[in-house]
Design a protein around this ligand. Structure first.
Ligand code: ARG
Length: 455
């Protein structure tokens, strides 16, 4: 493709280090689409003969059908998907194929192809996030009243409902979807026609190619267009944050599935056995979601460091932009699908969750709040009084709501029998009616609101 000024071919290692075809063949659909839009524009503007444009278009459709049927071959001599496709086009239609690359460079070509690919990747993730959210909503609705211990410092803190806990992950997923949507809106500008770096003297129509490829319009600066990979970094940034949310839920599932917690059992379809310990049911998928999040974050770091310090405009370093994005996308797709499957099929051991919520003095705050509300005690003093009640209950080996009234009154004479109304875990969660709180009525309202805004 560029042999004119060379008298020797490349060294074998040169060929190998230079080639991106083994990975960028994943761009083939987008490469063909970009070339068809470009050829049509060249024909419409009379830059090439309309008959040649039509022949190129037919030839590209044939090349695409061949790739689809037989896969894309690894021909390192052809370097990348752009050169391979042009060579395959020439095999079919001869010298006319050489007119396709008029008013274009591989620099604007790859920038366009990769944007198209990442845009599709965003759409796939948005679909998968929608399914994950639907699974969370369904299980949250089922468990809007199920009491579980809420934790801070992984210590029983206050009772919450399982529905509320699951809806916390729904919130994270909603922010993830909004980050991907933002990234999509920002990347939806077409670099095609920026040529190598400076634009072109041919009378091209960048609005036409942008529209044909579903972009909102052309990018504004040719130097920026061929050297910008923000869209890929935006994707990786959103993917990293999404993966870390999945990793947190995965970690909870790993903990909850352990014997000391016993809060869930994962379905057989989402568990693995041990080759030596017959009793084991391991949460491997959750562990791998947790593990994959580290690799996805690594992909973001990889591309960030690749781009750091590159002068304008294109440098070959940028060919390394694609592997981390492909890797992150594959890992994120698997992680989202696996977490969705686990959420859908897990059995929540609500009896065990309730027992643990009742055992950790988790309603101590309710006692303190009762003293403030019913006896006019300042909160700090109520906190101290309640601490003494907890210590007394611990000494007697009973739960807070099992402490006899005389014991409570020995600590503070203002306590009456009505206090027992707030000491049960159900009363505690039902009382948390503030906006965004864990009361079952609030959780149901949050689910209904989420259903209204989700697809
Ligand atoms: N395979 C290259 C890449 O992915 C295409 C652009 C090559 N441009 C160039 N001037 N060598 O970055």
């Amino acid at each position: 493709m560029w042999g004119g000024r060379f008298s020797e071919g490349p060294a074998a290692v040169m060929r190998e280090i230079n080639a991106s075809l083994p990975f960028d063949k994943r761009l083939w659909r987008h490469d063909v689409a970009g070339s068809r839009a470009h050829a049509a524009m060249l024909g419409a503007r009379g830059i090439i003969a309309p008959a040649d444009a039509a022949e190129i278009d037919r030839g590209l459709a044939d090349v695409a059908a061949d790739y689809d049927a037989n896969g894309v071959p690894d021909d390192l001599a052809l370097e990348d998907i752009h050169m391979l496709t042009e060579a395959r086009l020439a095999d079919r239609i001869g010298a006319v194929a050489g007119r396709l690359h008029t008013a274009r460079s591989r620099n604007d070509q790859v920038a366009t192809d990769f944007r198209l690919w990442v845009r599709d990747a965003v759409d796939e993730v948005l679909g998968a996030l929608g399914q994950f959210q639907a699974a969370l909503l369904a299980r949250a609705e089922e468990h809007a009243d199920s009491v579980m211990p809420g934790f801070t410092h992984l210590q029983s803190a206050q009772p919450v409902t399982l529905g509320h806990h699951l809806m916390a992950y729904h919130e994270m997923a909603a922010r993830d979807a909004s980050r991907f949507s933002d990234a999509r809106a920002r990347m939806n500008r077409c670099p095609l026609g920026s040529a190598a770096l400076a634009g072109t003297g041919f009378p091209i129509d960048r609005d036409a190619t942008a529209a044909a490829l579903g972009f909102d319009g052309p990018t504004l600066n040719s130097l920026d267009s061929v050297s910008d990979r923000d869209f890929a970094l935006d994707y990786l940034g959103a993917a990293t944050q999404c993966a870390l949310h999945l990793s947190r839920l995965a970690e909870e599932f790993v903990l909850w599935a352990s014997q000391p917690f016993g809060f869930i059992s994962l379905s057989d379809r989402w568990s693995t056995g041990s080759s030596i310990m017959p009793q084991k049911r391991n949460p491997d998928a959750a562990e791998l979601v947790r593990g994959h999040s580290g690799r996805i974050a690594g992909c973001l770091v990889a591309l960030t460091v690749t781009m750091k310090g590159l002068p304008l405009a294109y440098s070959k370093d940028m060919q390394d932009d694609k592997p981390p994005v492909f890797e992150a996308h594959d890992l994120l797709g698997l992680s989202l699908a696996a977490m969705t499957g686990m959420v859908e099929s897990a059995t929540f051991r609500t009896d065990r969750m309730r027992a643990v919520a009742e055992s950790g003095y988790a309603t101590a705050t309710d006692l303190a709040d009762w003293l403030v509300r019913e006896a006019g005690v300042p909160f700090r003093e109520a906190h101290h009084t309640t601490g003494r009640a907890v210590a007394r209950a611990e000494a007697l080996g009973v739960m807070l709501h099992e402490l006899p009234l005389l014991e409570l009154q020995a600590i503070d004479a203002r306590i009456t029998a009505r206090v027992y109304d707030v000491l049960s875990v159900d009363a505690s969660v039902a009382s948390r009616t503030s906006f965004g709180g864990t009361a079952p009525a609030r959780v149901r309202a949050a689910i209904a609101a989420a259903r209204g805004t989700c697809r």
